[in-house]
Design a protein around this ligand. Structure first.
Ligand SMILES: Cc1ncc(COP(=O)(O)O)c(C=O)c1O
Length: 390
């Protein structure tokens, strides 16, 4: 009997040359980015900076901020001299209101909430809390793209909302700020175009990765005869116009010069041409499939998540004691993952939040993106369940 071969699992979606050839260069961005009060930036961390400015939060004032976070979100606050009052997150990744109540003081101007991995926070309760306390709401939608809470789009609840579209789609760059309160003026359109070398480098990496995963003679010919020479030429053009950084290098850095960089026109064209409903539907199906297949095991803990029927997830979070060994286990079986939020920001008092800090160190999210399907989820689940912790 023929042995079944296992599917390789690419960790993030990639760009196919065919898709690139059909990009639509004109027209509005799809919702929730189509509004006239949306501004697009190089990365979401710079959208946070503009959100704080647009809301008029001043140096010396503070924002209530969740104790579970990436850390790239915090530099905007430090740069603007705005304080952070941290509050707890429970093991279903929801806001802990008892902790939030005690975090707020008379200088708190806003509440910052994160929809972790695309799972919506309870926006009705949060909205009511902000009204009662007289706080602005900043909604962080960096882990979703067109998600819903009930029948309302995520990113329409906050006075200001931020997105990181580059996390869910194969874009060389891209974050956004959406202003929802008509009384707040959105910032001016960002004046600077990101250096062409960066845009080209990101697209080149993504297409190469896409073709590596394609089998068959056509992909081979495309790789050897068309793309290799084209990429060599593009590299030569790009090298004079800004370096081509690796994504790892960019994970945490905050570069003040980039605050006014916009999203590249190539990223805008990719976003405009992507069927977002389809992307979210597939991601949601994959997330549910993994949730159904992964029960708690001795060595991998699933979180106590309340998973909505219809939402748009980024990744599927699990907790493991030895993330580096777990990554090696998965990578050795063709499943691309990387260690996750390893950095603690100096502005975060981790000793005051031992539960959230331990969760951050143990989080290892699994891919569920829209270019994967049922056979990938089956293989991921089998491999996770076979992990013996060593
Ligand atoms: C919750 C959250 N918000 C914002 C960001 C910043 O996004 P970007 O990398 O696009 O700056 C991150 C980064 O990982 C994040 O996890």
């Amino acid at each position: 009997m023929k042995k079944e071969s296992h599917p390789g699992v690419v960790g993030a979606p990639t760009l196919s040359p065919l898709f690139l050839a059909r990009l639509s260069r004109r027209g509005a961005l799809p919702d929730p980015f189509g509004s006239r009060t949306v501004r697009t930036y190089y990365q979401a961390r710079y959208a946070i900076w503009h959100a704080l400015r647009a809301l008029g939060i001043k140096p010396g004032e503070n924002v209530a901020f969740p104790a579970l976070h990436c850390s790239a979100e915090l530099d905007a606050f430090v740069d603007l001299g705005i304080g952070l009052r941290f509050y707890g997150i429970d093991d279903s990744l929801r806001v802990r209101f008892d902790s939030l109540e005690s975090a707020i003081d008379d200088r708190t101007r806003a509440l910052f909430v994160i929809h972790y991995f695309g799972l919506p926070q309870r926006m009705d309760t949060i909205g009511e809390f902000c009204r009662r306390k007289g706080l602005r709401l900043i909604e962080d939608c960096a882990h979703t793209i067109r998600g819903f809470y009930g029948d309302r789009l995520l990113g329409t609840f906050g006075d200001a909302s931020i997105f990181s579209m580059r996390k869910l789609l194969p874009l060389p760059d891209g974050g956004a700020l959406r202003i929802n309160d008509p009384a707040i003026d959105p910032p001016a359109e960002p004046a600077v175009t990101p250096p062409c070398g960066r845009t080209v480098g990101g697209v080149r990496r993504s297409i190469s990765r896409n073709l590596e995963t394609q089998q068959g003679p056509l992909a081979r010919v495309l790789r050897a005869r068309v793309l290799k020479p084209a990429f060599a030429a593009l590299k030569a053009v790009g090298s004079g116009r800004g370096s081509d950084p690796s994504p790892r290098e960019e994970q945490y850095e905050f570069v003040p010069e980039r605050i006014h960089w916009g999203m590249s026109s190539l990223s805008r064209a990719i976003l405009r041409s992507t069927p977002l409903d389809e992307v979210c539907r597939r991601r949601c199906e994959n997330f549910h499939s993994l949730a159904m297949r992964l029960g708690p095991t001795t060595h991998v803990k699933t979180l106590a998540l309340e998973i909505p029927e219809n939402f748009c997830p980024w990744l599927f979070p699990v907790l493991v004691d030895r993330p580096e060994a777990f990554v090696a286990h998965l990578m050795g079986r063709g499943i691309e993952v990387s260690e996750f939020w390893q950095r603690f920001h100096p502005a975060f008092p981790r000793n005051q939040f031992p539960a959230e800090s331990a969760m951050k160190e143990r989080l290892l999210p699994l891919p569920v993106h829209h270019q994967l399907g049922e056979r990938h989820m089956r293989w991921i689940a089998e491999t996770v369940l076979a992990w013996n912790g060593s």
